[in-house]
Design a protein around this ligand. Structure first.
Ligand code: GAL
Length: 677
């Protein structure tokens, strides 16, 4: 537990932006809102070390004491995401270089190269000092390393690091040349000194080089994190250490692999949509976080470590926006009630609380209009009143932390497949691993099934169904992971562009999808990428979009077929018995209804139960189960009241639920279920 029995509630707190009188008001307001945890110091380096070697920790001492006096715990951050101006001036070689070779200047945040020795040394120094000074501070509950690792660099330090990483991975240059297929376009390297990071090039870059660079950079950033973590752990072995993940296709971090190195997976999440898609994005982000946390736990279990971080799949929402959400072109307000409903949606899916960026809205600086729990208007505001209400709700929900989310379906997620499918020379630039995962997840969610994202190789015991959405890369180990699962009785739904390439992004020959042909009982000869808006009718009545394929049966039976065009009469969806299991193949993106029926049927045949079969459309149901109780979260995302059959006690109201709960429009209930109900 991070907070001895309470859920985490609070956010980024930046006292360095305010005079000391405001700090006392802040603590008072935090108490009113029942805040339990605040993140302090994320970008405070220049206020902690205003000049090289001159430290001013006194204000932080006072802030921590004040918070402690108010009963508020602290996630103490290392400030390394924003080195002070003096650092950049003293170490110009530590400023980052873009893909075009442009060296960036100080003036924003995250302006450093994570591979630069001077940056790493300075980061260790300030971290070590914080660790030493605050190790015994009673407010300290969690270490928050850095902020949103994710920036890249192409300077000579990064290049040297990339070469070291490649030598470690491939040992000799022949192996590298082979993995990168450098015989294509005269890219053969005869000396390691010729190997560079994938900078801007004349035409298409080498996709295997680009992929390896992203893998390397994820490892480089992880090494930077681990250095800090180890210093913190040495000072305070009992205090968990984390870093907040930023999500997005551009992020060069393999969050699943990182999970083994953090004591608590933490994510920041800002939906890019203000409508119902926000709820879908929240569900996916929360499930991904849980999947990563569980992966960390599996990793530790394999390593024989008894202390299993993430064992219940618990994680923490470290940042979200109380109100204005940035969507391209303008910011959208979160309408009344949505902040609480969304926060509980994360908790339903395993978050140990709800944290926000940020506590108090700043009066200036780059993000001056970003929303905050205490807005520019001050505490006499709708947002602060909702913040107080949310604090009360979270207070009443503490017991759910003992529960693990029940999910009978697994969806494979793989950072490297995502990166590989970003290469420019694919048959269609419309197919992305993350999008395909999101579509499968959204469809399963609508059909009422809870799912856990898993990483290739994770244990699959307990999952009735595994879905592979455009899991493009498959080494032999991944191919065996799927084969063994199905052979042993598992059911799998494989989507197009899965298992097409090996771990180096080279095609697996002999017909697609090379890794899974035998399990699927099909052999794909040709791809038929579809134009934007183009639809292919299917004989089952639906349509396919984005993608189609020439699928030859090699043991599988057709389930649905293309009904027109060059593929007329040929299989579009197939099913194959393999060992004791069943393998479905889906060679196009079916329309929503068709895809939902298909996944519903696959789940039914596999024996995967929906969470709450009686929940009406628009009501999200998620169950967390602990050793002694289970809790059903019901989130009404519709604009009218909804009735859901269930029995127990609604923790939010304290009301006994005899046979059904009626949720007001936009309302939430968290029912501790009556045993046997
Ligand atoms: C996060 C970041 C915060 C703040 C926030 C604004 O990604 O960690 O510092 O910038 O976004 O949305």
């Amino acid at each position: 537990m991070v907070l001895d029995g309470r859920l985490c509630y609070g956010g980024d707190y930046n006292p360095e932006q305010w005079p000391a009188e405001v700090w006392e008001q802040d603590v008072e307001l935090m108490r009113q809102a029942r805040v339990t945890l605040v993140t302090v110091g994320v970008f405070a380096w220049s206020r902690l070390e205003p000049a090289p070697g001159r430290y001013t920790f006194d204000w932080l001492d006072r802030v921590l004491d004040l918070l402690h006096g108010g009963g508020i715990r602290v996630a103490l951050a290392t400030p390394t995401a924003s080195p002070p101006p003096w650092f950049s001036l003293a170490h110009p070689d530590a400023l980052p270089v873009t893909v075009d070779g442009v060296r960036l200047h100080h003036g924003s945040r995250d302006t450093y190269c994570a591979a630069a020795p001077a940056y790493r040394a300075a980061a260790r120094r300030i971290t070590g000092l914080l660790a030493e000074r605050y190790a015994d501070h009673p407010a300290l509950a969690l270490w928050h390393v850095h902020n949103e690792y994710g920036t890249t660099c192409h300077c000579h330090h990064a290049e040297a690091g990339f070469r070291r990483w490649l030598r470690d991975r491939y040992r000799d240059l022949d192996a590298l040349n082979d993995a990168w297929t450098t015989s294509f376009w005269s890219q053969h390297h005869s000396d390691w000194a010729q190997v560079s990071t994938p900078r801007a090039t004349q035409y298409l870059p080498n996709p295997s080089q680009v992929l390896d660079f992203r893998r390397y950079w994820s490892d480089e950033l992880l090494a930077a994190y681990v250095e800090q973590r180890d210093l913190l752990r040495a000072a305070t072995p009992a205090v968990p250490v984390t870093t907040n993940y930023v999500l997005g296709d551009w992020v060069p971090v393999d969050h699943g692999r990182w999970a083994a190195e953090v004591d608590l997976v933490a994510i920041d999440h800002y939906p890019s949509d203000a409508g119902p898609a926000a709820e879908e994005q929240i569900a996916l982000a929360a499930d991904l976080a849980r999947g990563w946390a569980r992966h960390g736990a599996h990793h530790h279990a394999r390593a024989g470590d008894d202390d299993l971080p993430g064992a219940r799949g618990s994680w923490l929402l470290m940042e979200s926006a109380p109100n204005l959400i940035y969507t391209p072109g303008r910011m959208h307000t979160r309408e009344p009630g949505r902040m609480a409903r969304h926060s509980l949606a994360y908790v339903a899916r395993g978050s140990r609380g709800a944290m926000f960026f940020q506590w108090r809205a700043p009066r200036g600086g780059a993000e001056l209009f970003h929303s905050a729990l205490v807005p520019h208007a001050g505490p006499d505001s709708r947002i602060f009143r909702e913040a107080v209400e949310l604090g009360g709700m979270l207070d009443r929900l503490a017991e759910v932390d003992a529960g693990a989310v029940e999910a009978p379906v697994a969806i494979a997620w793989d950072a490297a497949s995502g990166w590989a499918l970003q290469q420019r020379a694919l048959p269609s630039d419309r197919i992305h691993h993350h999008t395909e995962v999101a579509v499968a997840h959204r469809t399963l969610r609508r059909a009422g099934y809870a799912c856990d994202p898993v990483l290739p190789g994770d244990p699959l015991t307990g999952y009735a169904l595994l879905v592979l959405p455009a899991l493009y890369l498959a080494g032999d180990d991944t191919a065996a992971w799927v084969r063994d699962y199905v052979h042993g009785g598992g059911h799998v739904v494989v989507g197009y562009l899965s298992g097409v390439a090996d771990e180096h992004a080279r095609i697996r020959l002999g017909g697609y999808p090379g890794a899974y042909r035998d399990v699927l009982g099909v052999r794909v000869e040709e791809f038929h990428p579809l134009a934007d808006g183009e639809e292919v009718p299917l004989t089952g009545g639906g349509t396919g979009r984005f993608w189609a394929e020439t699928v030859r049966l090699a043991g599988a039976e057709p389930v649905d077929a293309y009904a027109a065009g060059v593929l007329a009469g040929q299989p579009a969806v197939t099913r194959h018995r393999y060992g004791d299991g069943v393998a479905w193949y889906v060679s196009t993106r079916p329309d929503e209804g068709t895809y939902q029926r298909l996944l519903d049927e696959a789940a039914r045949v596999a024996g995967a139960p929906p969470t709450c079969p009686d929940a009406p459309p628009g009501v999200e149901a998620v169950r967390r189960r602990g050793p002694e109780a289970s809790w059903l979260f019901l989130l009404n995302h519709t604009a009218s009241a909804q009735r859901v059959p269930t029995a127990g006690v609604d923790l939010l109201t304290g009301a006994v639920v005899e046979d059904a709960v009626t949720l007001p429009a936009g309302g939430v209930a968290v029912v501790r279920e009556r045993a046997g109900a």
